[in-house]
Design a binder for this molecule. Structure first.
Ligand SMILES: [Zn+2]
Length: 290
């Protein structure tokens, strides 16, 4: 049904300069473009934030994956990443004009959280969800997180018509691991297979639907006063019930979950989120139909 409608697919690596899996996959595919070429569409590789990669930093001035909003794109670029966002918008977008250059964007990320292989999806478009459903059938361990997080519509993948981010972890920042590299590579090849021959898939998928962001406990000066509790650490996508340990203070005091609804913890102890002021995300597991 989408077979002749997909003309341009964009794979982005290095949106975050210290997430090396996507950087090195982008470098590899730029040298070996035949690996990602398929019949019927062009595949373009973008190594997004090369300056941040050189400095082994997530970003130089501001988070590029929170910089692709219409409000930033409509203003003069006043930072390195705003300039990159404008440039990416000329390659991938223009955002939200229904004539985007990229019919599908996949943005490659890693996480220090034990997220396994997961997709982060922030649109409701049919092709995006058909692709996600296909991948969840191909990879039984793959999890789907429907993000409605800290800033709306500012992800790099939101510049194109359809797409999502791939998050694989746990892996430290600034590190390559061959297992995570291969897993990410394999998902991208399966995605390209699907886009080459889009088939109707199961239209109901298990989704972790974003509910809220949880910050670390802090004192009046804003200083963190507790760490992720050992029972939460590395237990992403596990159910958290009222009374379950969440944090452990430096004095050894346990801080428990007091919410009335049992929810799932995601992005638990992600290194990049300390500065954003959250310790984990909480999500509700739902059957999502599209
Ligand atoms: Zn990232």
């Amino acid at each position: 049904m989408y077979k002749n409608l997909i003309k341009n697919v964009v794979i982005v690596g290095g949106t975050h300069g210290n997430e090396f899996t996507g950087v090195y996959l982008a470098k590899y595919w730029l040298k070996n473009p035949n690996m990602v070429q398929r019949r019927g569409f062009n595949t373009n590789i973008i190594f997004a934030n090369q300056k941040a990669f050189k400095e082994v930093r997530r970003y130089i001035d501001r988070d590029l994956n929170r910089s692709c909003s219409l409000s930033i794109l409509s203003k003069n670029a006043d930072s390195h990443e705003a300039k990159l966002a404008h440039h990416l918008n000329t390659l991938i977008g223009p955002k939200d004009n229904h004539q985007e250059n990229a019919d599908f964007v996949v943005d490659l990320h890693t996480t220090t959280s034990n997220m396994g292989i997961s997709l982060v999806i922030s649109n409701q478009n049919e092709l995006t969800w058909l692709a996600a459903s296909y991948l969840s059938e191909e990879f039984p361990d793959l999890k789907i997180y429907r993000w409605q997080g800290d800033e709306e519509g500012a992800f790099v993948d939101s510049l194109g018509a359809d797409g999502f981010a791939i998050e694989v972890g746990a892996i430290p920042q600034g590190v390559l691991r061959s297992d995570i590299y291969k897993q990410t590579e394999e998902i991208v090849y399966k995605l390209l297979d699907f886009l080459e021959n889009p088939s109707d898939t199961n239209r109901t998928v298990n989704v972790y639907d974003h509910v809220t962001l949880v910050d670390f406990p802090r004192d009046n000066d804003g200083e963190i006063i507790a760490m992720i509790h050992p029972q939460r650490q590395d237990n992403d996508f596990k159910l958290i019930q009222s009374g379950d340990p969440m944090f452990l203070s430096f004095e050894g005091q346990i801080i428990v979950y007091e919410g009335s609804e049992s929810l799932y913890g995601l992005f638990i102890n992600e290194a990049a989120y300390y500065e954003k002021g959250f310790a984990m995300c909480l999500a509700r597991k739902i059957e999502y139909s599209f």
